[in-house]
Structures are given as structure tokens and as C-alpha cells.
Design a protein around this ligand. Structure first.
Ligand SMILES: Nc1ncnc2c1ncn2[C@@H]1O[C@H](COP(=O)(O)OP(=O)(O)OP(=O)(O)O)[C@@H](O)[C@H]1O
Length: 846
């Protein structure tokens, strides 16, 4: 308990120290102490001490001042002296205690007011001084604490401000994220609003069954009885004390979406008389969501007018007894029938519905008032002005971006549903009853749609009522939907309240996908065409890409082939170089050998045998020795001079021919030296006994006759043997007998060249298969025993030239010594080989 500063201040003089070092109370203090002594009954009370101080004006009369007798006076004096003595001793003793107390107190801490245990020991006369001391101390401490608090507050203020700001920011961020989450989930947002108890309900003594904690703005507790308590969660809960402005402040974000091109739907649902019309329309002095939303749209339009141009129009309609009525129709034509049609972009339209343009907020209010006047309203037990229809206000917002030219068209539906009601409770009959039935039927259809949406059914029964059909895109489409569930707090309505809360919870669980920005239909068409064109171009591009890839593949494969061919050409060139090199080497070797042979022939003696009897080695071939000049030349035994002159002659006869080769060869033939014949690469030679001229002629004649009769084609590659080869078992199979003259044609292979191992088909045996055994038989038949028979083979390749040495072109018929035969055939050159062709038949001839 804080001591009274006034009382403490009354004894403000501090105690003084005696010359002995003891604290002595001041004279004033003494008086006070005397007063305290008077008030000994309550020594702890400073007030009393202070009050005692006031009594010094009426001090107790001392014994000396008493006008009594001397005896009595003497005894009194003694008593007084004794008393004084005792008091002095007590004071002295007390002063010492006080001094100790003060010292201890001071030691215990400057900043503490904890009473020392010594305080109790202080004698009563010293207590005022102790209290005075404590008072002083208290004052100084208070002053010090005050300063510390101010200093602390100064230090903490910025920190507090920043923390406060952080907290506010976090709250805003949390809310934004929550809203984003809701948008992503595509849930319908649900606000719950509870109206206050009406005066009638209060009179009837109804209690509230709803508890709302202001700190828990998303939670509502339904408490129909003491034992029952149910918690409902919504996106926001408004209590009876929340006004229209508070409600709209939470609605604004949804309303603003319509300005960004989103479709929006706000509707109020609940039992009759719970404040749906109050929330949506409001009263003139306290306007509701409809008016405030339009006001917000105009405000935003004004704010954005530099970048976006907005135009607004409004339509108001009602669904009354499952009929749509245009509330802006001034003619109030009841026969006018309005129906719901689905537009090209999938939204629900009411053709013929008036769409009134609005330019300012005054115009809006006029239209809303006009629509509300036309609305069907009736009186029921539950509500004097009960809405007997569902009222729908549709605001169309068109926007055009002034920079990009982007256009959009979006709708905002604001729906005040008719209230659900229990017919018995509302006491309706006649037309009101019929209205109630229609209202309940359409609300039940709404419940079915919500249930189907919540359980993600494939079929949603939108068309079961006009109301659900109109709200199709709002409930399950791509728009932002906000529902106000209106409830009554009254205990008499607890049943209906519970139903409404359950329904709202179900609605809240509906997910209908994220909202989508709406483009202007004209813009949509344009974009559609553009997308079509784009898709077509993409298709073409894909085809072009495909063909390009094919071409690239082809190119790559061709490049590969080209590279391989290049490599092959290089290899071939390399091989050619190697061959040339080898040929050069061989030529050198040959030159050396010839030189050696020439040298040796010079030194050796001439042969004993005449030259004409010796076959020169160079003539070792299949052809008969020529009968021309060369033969006569060889038959002569040339002189040394002639031999020496021969190269010169040859040079004259064949300019460009290898002089050394000709001259040297002839010299070699004259020498007894066995020289090594250099290996001619790819040289072929046919080793066969040549027939005599007469035999050749007879064979050719036979052949000619056979070819005339059989018209048999000669195979291009043929090897045949001429001669009278005796019939073999092969003749039996028709290979030989097939020829008219029974020419016995057999191939006798002397194995001169491995390239000739494959025998060609025989003459006159066209298209006849010959087995290897048969071939062998033929060979056996014409074997060594028949070598006396003249046979020869004329091959396609009869002469093989060295690749390195340029051969003179072989004249036609060269190598065929028979004049008649030579005239009939053509010997051509194919690469390194000569080809013999019959001139008349243009076929290979044997
Ligand atoms: N939040 C509120 N604060 C004050 N009064 C309210 C509130 N809500 C409703 N009321 C009052 O309750 C009465 C009934 O309200 P209202 O007509 O809006 O109910 P309703 O749900 O539209 O009924 P119905 O479905 O029959 O049309 C009105 O007189 C209205 O002023």
C-alpha cells in the first residue's frame, strides 16, 4: 500500500545527527513524536501521526502547570521527572534504533522500499522520523521510476511501432493469401450475418442462440440449449452490432473483381425476416450491398479513367412463381414472357431483358428504387414486407484498355432470394401460400444443385428451376461467388437457423474451379479466328519441319556415301601408286637383267645350232609362227651388225615402242642363258595346242552351218573346243547331239589360268544347265588322250596388258590367223581384254 504523500510530507524535515553521531529528531519532529505518542493506539498510521501533529496546539498540561496542592505537586514532579527520564532514555534508545534502521535501509538499496525488520524495533517516538525518512525516499524513488518509465517508453516507441506495423502487414498478407487460396480452390465464399433480436422478440422474451466472439471473426457458435453447442466456420461472421459499412468492407474485394473482367455473383440466403433485403438493398438511410457496390464501381472507374474506359448498364428482374419478370419495364406488361437462353460463350442470357445504361450513382439509385417498387412484396406473420420473389440485379461492366485496346465484358449478379419459410408458422394462405410453395420449391432446387456440386456429381440439375438455371454460371461456372447466409438469433427460430447454417456450410464446400477473366464476345470471336489460323499454321509448320528432317536425313546419308566413296577412291589411288611403284621396280630389275644378259652374251660364244631351228622364247605362245616378213627375218641368221642395227629398225617401224624390250628380247633368245621371265601382273595365257589351218577352217565351216540351222545364240563368254571329240556320256543328255552336225564340242581346260575354270555353256546348248560332274566328264573326254586333236579357246579376254604399260591398240582380227575367219570377226578391246565378235551375227564366236 502506498503511503499518503500528504501525510508523509507533513513531516518533511529530515532527522539530524547528534554531535555523538546519533540521529536526533528536530524540534518539530519532537512535537510530532509527541503527537505520535498520543496516537499510540495506531502507530502504523501516518495519517494519525499527522493528525497527532495538529494536537500540539493543545498540549497535555504538565504537573508544574497544575494549580494543585504542594504534596500533590511534589509527587507529580517526581513522577514527571521519572517520566521524563524514562522518555529521554527511550528516545535515546530509539534514536539509536532509527539510526541503525536508516543505515540498513540505505545499505539495502537505493531503489527499494522493502521495510527493514528493524522498523518494528523502532520506538514509537522515532516512528514519525522513520516515516518521514521513508516518505522522502518514496518520493525520490517515484520520481526516479517516472523518469525511467519515460526513458523506457521513448526507447521502446519505435520498436513498438515497427512491431505493430509488422503485425498489421502480416494480418493483411494472411488475408490476401487466404483469399488467393480460396480463389485457387474456386470455393464459393460464405459470409454469415446475424441480425439483432427484434423488439417483438425481446418482448416475447426470446433469448439468443448464437454466440459470436469478436476476436474470432470466422467462427460462430450455435447454442440452442445449455448442453448443445455447435461451431460453424465461415469466411466472415457479422454479428448484430456490425453495420452495413462493415459488411460492405469485406465484400469490396469481390466487387472489385468485376472491374478486372471477372464474373461475380453475390446472393443472400436465409429464413424469412432475417435481413436478406436489409443486407442487399438496405434502407434509404442505411443502404445495402447493391447500392454500395455500384458506388464502388463508379469510384474505381474514375480512378482508372486514364488507362481504362468503363461503361455500365443495369438490368433488374425477378423470378416470381417460376416466371421471369423485368422490373425495369415501365409498361409493366404482365403478358411479356422472358426466358433463359444459353449464349454462344456458354453463359445464360435472358433475351428481351432491358439493359439500362447508367452514368452516375444517382442514376443507379433511381433504377434500384424503381426495381424495388415493382418487386412483389406481401405481408406475412414473419415479415410485414416479405419478399415473395427472388430479385436479381445484373450489372454489366464493359471495359476497353486505352493503351492496348483490350476489351472485356463481365457481369455482376446481386441476388436477394425470397426467404425460406414454414407455411404453418408464417400462416399464409391463398396467393401467399402458392408463392411460398414456389419459393420453397426453387430453394429446394438450389439445395439440390449445391449438393450435386459439393459431391462432384456428373449431372447438376440446374434446369430444375428458373433460379438455378439463371445462376448456373455463378454456382458452378468460372465466376467469383459470395453468399450471405442470414440468420435470426432468436431461440424461436433455432430450427430454421440450424438448417440455414448447415446449408451454408455445404455451399462453402463447393469447389467450382478458379475464376476466369471474361473477354468481350467480339474480341472472343476475333481471338477464336486468330487461334484457328495459328493452329493451321502450326500444322503446316509441323509438316514442313517433318519434310526438312527427312531431307536432312537424306543429305546426311548421301554425305556418308560420298565420304565412303572418297575413301575408296583414295584407297584405289594409293593401290595404283603402289602398283606403279612395283612396276617401276620390276622394270628396273628387267632392265638390269637385260643389261646383264647383254653383257654376258657379248662375252660368250655364238650358239652352235642355227638360229632358224630354235624357237625364240618370246614366241612361246599359242599362235602358229607367222608366215610374214618377221618370220623370214627370223629365219635368217643375222649378223652382229644386223643384230646391233635391229633396235634402230624397230624404232623406225614402231615409233614409240620400247626399243630395249624388242632388241633385248631377241638377243636373249640367242643366248643359252636361262633368264627369269618377269612376272607380268594379271597376265593371262592360254596354253593350248593350236589347230592347223585346215582344221580350223573345217571347224569354222561346221560351226557356221550349225549356227545357220539352229539359230542358236552364242553366249557372250564361251570357251569351246574344236575337234572330233568322240561322243561322251554327256552327248546322251543332248548337249552335243543337239547340234545338227553333231559337232563334238568339248572344253579342254589345261588349267592355264584360274580365271577360266568356269566353263561357258556349249555351242548349240542354249539355256541348258550343265552340272559340274558333266563338265568334268567333258574335260575327261577331251583329256590328255585327245590332245592330238586341235582345239583352242578363244576367250573374251585373250590378251592381258600390264596396267602400267601403254599397249598399242590391237587391230581387228589380230591373233586369228585364218584370213576368212579374220574377216568375219571383230576383235575389240574391253578394258584389258580383247573381245571376239562375229560381225554378221553380233555374237561371240569360237
Ligand atoms: N442487421 C440488421 N440490423 C437491423 N435491422 C435488421 C437487420 N437485419 C434485418 N433487420 C430488420 O429486420 C426486418 C426484416 O428484414 P428483411 O425484410 O430484410 O428480411 P428478409 O430476410 O428480407 O425477409 P423476407 O425473406 O421475408 O423478405 C426489417 O425490418 C429489417 O430492418
Amino acid at each position: 500500500m502506498e503511503p499518503d504523500p500528504a501525510a508523509v510530507g507533513a513531516s518533511s524535515s529530515p532527522p539530524t545527527a547528534s554531535p555523538q553521531g546519533q540521529l536526533q529528531p528536530q524540534p518539530q519532529d519532537r512535537d510530532e513524536c509527541a503527537a505520535v505518542e498520543v496516537e499510540r493506539a495506531d502507530p502504523a498510521s501516518p495519517d494519525r501521526c499527522a493528525a497527532g501533529g495538529d494536537q500540539k496546539s493543545a498540549p497535555q498540561p504538565s504537573p508544574q502547570q497544575q494549580p494543585a496542592g504542594e504534596d500533590a505537586a511534589a509527587s507529580c514532579e517526581v513522577d514527571e521527572e521519572q517520566q521524563q527520564k524514562l522518555e529521554t532514555e527511550a528516545v535515546l534508545e530509539a534514536g539509536e534504533t532509527l539510526r541503525i534502521f536508516m543505515e540498513e535501509f540505505g545499505d539495502e538499496g537505493e531503489n527499494s522500499l522493502v521495510l527493514s525488520p528493524r522498523l518494528k524495533e523502532i520506538a514509537t517516538p522515532d516512528r514519525p522520523a522513520a516515516l518521514h525518512f521513508l516518505g522522502e525516499k518514496y518520493n525520490s524513488l517515484v520520481e526516479r521510476y517516472k523518469q525511467q518509465v519515460v526513458k523506457c517508453a521513448d526507447e521502446c516507441a519505435p520498436r513498438y511501432d515497427s512491431l505493430k506495423k509488422k503485425y498489421t502487414d502480416e494480418c493483411a498478407e494472411r488475408k490476401r493469401l487466404y483469399n488467393e487460396l480460396i480463389e485457387l480452390r474456386g470455393n464459393i465464399r460464405v459470409f454469415c450475418r446475424c441480425r439483432p433480436l427484434s423488439s417483438d422478440e425481446v418482448t416475447r422474451g426470446c433469448s439468443s442462440v448464437v454466440e459470436i466472439n469478436p476476436s474470432q471473426e470466422t467462427e460462430l457458435q450455435f447454442v440452442p440449449s445449455e448442453k448443445e453447442r455447435k461451431v460453424f466456420k465461415f469466411d466472415h461472421v457479422f454479428g448484430p452490432e456490425d453495420d452495413q459499412e462493415a459488411v460492405f468492407s469485406e465484400t469490396v474485394p469481390v466487387v472489385r473483381s468485376v472491374m478486372d473482367g471477372f464474373n461475380v455473383c453475390i446472393f443472400a440466403y436465409g429464413q424469412t425476416g432475417t435481413g436478406k433485403t436489409f443486407t442487399m438493398e438496405g434502407v434509404p438511410e442505411n443502404r445495402g450491398v447493391n447500392y454500395r457496390a455500384l458506388e464502388e464501381l463508379f469510384t474505381m472507374s474514375e480512378e482508372r479513367k486514364t488507362s481504362i474506359a468503363y461503361t455500365f448498364s443495369v438490368s433488374i428482374l425477378e423470378v416470381y412463381n417460376e416466371k421471369i419478370r423485368d422490373l425495369l419495364d415501365e409498361s409493366n406488361d404482365q403478358s411479356k414472357r422472358l426466358d433463359i437462353k444459353q449464349s454462344a460463350d456458354g453463359t445464360q442470357e435472358v433475351p428481351g431483358l432491358i439493359e439500362a445504361p447508367i452514368y452516375n450513382i444517382d442514376g443507379v439509385w433511381e433504377k434500384l428504387k424503381f426495381g424495388a417498387r415493382n418487386r412483389s412484396v406481401g405481408s406475412t406473420n414473419a415479415n410485414e414486407l416479405s419478399s415473395r420473389s427472388h430479385s436479381l440485379v445484373r450489372v454489366t461492366v464493359r471495359s476497353e484498355h486505352l493503351v492496348t485496346g483490350q476489351r472485356s465484358r463481365s457481369h455482376m449478379w446481386m441476388v436477394d432470394l425470397a426467404g425460406s419459410e414454414r407455411v404453418g408458422k408464417t400462416g399464409v394462405e391463398g396467393d401467399r401460400l402458392k408463392e411460398s410453395q414456389f419459393i420453397n420449391k426453387s430453394l429446394s432446387a438450389l439445395g439440390d444443385v449445391i449438393s450435386a456440386l459439393a459431391s462432384k456429381n456428373s449431372h447438376i440439375p440446374y434446369r430444375n428451376s428458373k433460379l438455378t438455371h439463371l445462376l448456373q454460371s455463378s454456382l458452378g461456372g468460372d465466376c467469383k461467388t459470395l453468399m450471405f447466409v442470414q440468420i435470426s438469433p432468436s431461440s424461436t427460430d433455432s430450427g430454421e437457423t440450424l438448417c440455414s447454417l448447415n446449408f451454408a456450410s455445404r455451399v462453402r464446400s463447393v469447389e467450382h474451379g478458379p475464376a476466369r477473366k471474361q473477354a468481350d464476345p467480339a474480341e472472343s470471336l476475333k481471338f477464336k479466328q486468330m487461334s484457328e489460323k495459328l493452329r493451321h499454321e502450326e500444322k503446316e509448320n509441323a509438316q514442313l519441319n517433318q519434310s526438312l528432317q527427312l531431307m536432312q536425313l537424306k543429305y546426311a546419308s548421301r554425305e556418308n556415301v560420298f565420304r565412303t566413296l572418297n575413301e575408296k577412291v583414295k584407297d584405289a589411288e594409293q593401290a595404283c601408286k603402289n602398283y606403279q611403284q612395283r612396276i617401276r621396280e620390276l622394270e628396273n630389275e628387267l632392265g638390269n637383267e637385260r643389261k646383264a644378259a647383254r653383257d654376258s652374251s657379248r662375252s660368250s660364244r655364238p650358239p652352235l645350232v642355227p638360229m632358224r631351228q630354235r624357237q625364240p622364247q618370246g614366241r612361246n605362245n599359242n599362235y602358229p609362227p607367222p608366215s610374214g616378213p618377221s618370220r623370214s627375218r627370223l629365219s635368217k641368221a643375222p649378223t652382229i651388225q644386223n643384230k646391233e642395227n635391229l633396235p634402230v629398225m624397230m624404232n623406225k617401224a614402231h615409233p614409240g615402242a620400247d626399243n630395249n624390250a624388242v632388241g633385248k628380247a631377241r638377243r636373249v633368245s640367242l643366248t643359252p642363258v636361262i633368264r627369269q621371265i618377269p612376272i607380268q601382273p594379271k597376265r593371262r595365257s592360254s596354253m593350248a595346242i593350236l589347230p592347223s589351218v585346215s582344221e580350223q577352217l573345217s571347224v569354222l565351216n561346221e560351226k557356221r552351218a550349225a549356227s545357220r540351222l539352229s539359230h542358236a545364240h552364242m553366249p557372250r563368254r564361251s570357251v569351246a573346243a574344236f575337234g572330233s571329240i568322240p561322243p561322251t556320256p554327256l552327248a546322251g543328255c543332248g548337249t552335243v547331239d543337239a547340234t545338227p552336225d553333231g559337232a563334238k564340242l568339248r572344253r579342254i581346260d589345261f588349267g592355264s589360268s584360274s580365271k577360266f575354270t568356269s566353263p561357258p555353256p556349249m555351242l548349240g546348248v542354249r539355256n541348258k544347265m550343265v552340272t559340274p560332274q558333266q563338265k568334268l566328264g567333258v574335260a575327261a573326254a577331251g583329256g590328255p588322250g585327245n590332245t592330238s586333236k586341235l582345239c583352242f579357246s578363244i576367250q573374251k579376254r585373250v590378251l592381258v596388258s600390264s596396267p602400267s604399260r601403254a599397249k598399242p591398240s590391237v587391230p581387228s582380227g589380230m591373233g586369228i590367223f585364218n584370213q576368212a575367219l579374220r574377216e568375219q570377226v571383230v576383235v575389240g578391246r574391253t578394258g584389258k581384254a580383247l573381245r571376239v565378235v562375229n560381225k554378221k551375227r553380233r555374237q561371240s564366236v569360237i
